[in-house]
Ligand binder design. Sequence first.
Ligand code: UDX
Length: 427
Amino acid sequence: MKVSVIGSGYVGLVTGMGFVKLGNEVIFVDVDERKIKMINNAQPPIYEEGLEELMREFKGKYRATKDYRNAILNSEVTFIAVGTPSREDGSIDLTYVEQASREIGKVLREKKDYHVVVVKSTVLPGTTENVVKPIIEEESGKKAFKDFGLAMNPEFLREGVALNDFLNPDRIVIGVRDERTKKVLEELYKPIDAPKLFTDIKTAEMIKYASNAFLATKISFANEIGNICKKLGIDSWKVFEGVGLDHRISPHFFRTGIGWGGSCFPKDVKALIRKAEEIGEDPIILKAVVEVNEKQPLKLIELLKKHVPELRDKRIGVLGLAFKPNTDDVRETRAYIIVKKLLEEGAKVLAYDPKAMENFRRFYPDVGEQIEYASSGKEVLGRSDAVLIVTEWPEFEELDYSGKIVIDGRRVRKAEETAEIYEGVCW
Ligand code: UDX
């Protein structure tokens, strides 16, 4: 099939290249000239495992352009995969989704064949039908579900393993209303062996939010129990190993520590809270989930102060700045809260991350400019009075922690074995 993808950011690029791998031809549309150039040279503008190899292998089966018209006229299906950032108040900013819908609508005005538009971006329930649909209808002069198809197909990709998640998903959720659109998407996803759940459009939108909110809840819940375990001298990792054996609960996503970050959980949980409040609901659990997560990184500093009561002028090492390992992404990283607190307490910070140092400095100039960066984990260990483990990069397992004060937010086993003083946040 011929597919176009609006927005070649993280989700768009991985999804588009996934479709290429399944045997389709893909045209990416983006406003960023630099990205277009890179994609057309088979260079991924972001780091994601396996992406570069895939782009090299399938060169010629995809291209990138600025030109909506060209992309839409030369494809049968268009995915909207633009960003839906948070506004200051936590609500969702739909500017890019609206813009994409407008441009698609303008081209559909002149398109003769039935065209299917699929919203891939994470949008609150009702957005596809109440925002995207009227814009395309107005710009095109055509009717959705009759003259063109419209669907919502959320993504569940984890950074770092996103291509694998695309090709081997737990499920594919597709919100549709008309049979013709359903057939097109069934055909497109046919090579993927996974349960396919067809729902109405706003149910599909809600599944995405409910999934992310549940996963965030699971971690905040585990961390709350973990904090109780810590005070009682119980290892919460062992506790959740036991809890997870109940098949109703599942053992995955129970790693206690300093909490969740990233581009999705914080944004999506907050947007859902805002939406709930807007319609007169009080989402007590969701608000607590966020509150637990905001306090959790500070537990690391509390533990540190148990061993180093006065932080002023001490050099504290920070291992890891990315929101999780194997990515250079620092969005909503717990490291920001931790480093900020250390600086407030008058400590000097020496940080190291294998991939995310440059991004940390750029994204968080208020603290990123005030700390020192090391060239290795070893240097951090050699030059600090105490060390905090913030991201569980595999290479941190190989370091020699002997004789150090190590406060571990992510349970890096080796540190536990050799440190002079070792404390974990939830164990
Ligand atoms: C997440 C969802 O998993 C994915 O389905 C969705 O589409 C986008 O958001 P991602 O942001 O890539 O993916 O990260 P994920 O691997 O889920 O981790 C999120 C955060 O939770 C990280 O900060 C991680 O350190 C933390 N985490 C995860 C825990 O603290 N404990 C766990 O057990 C799992």
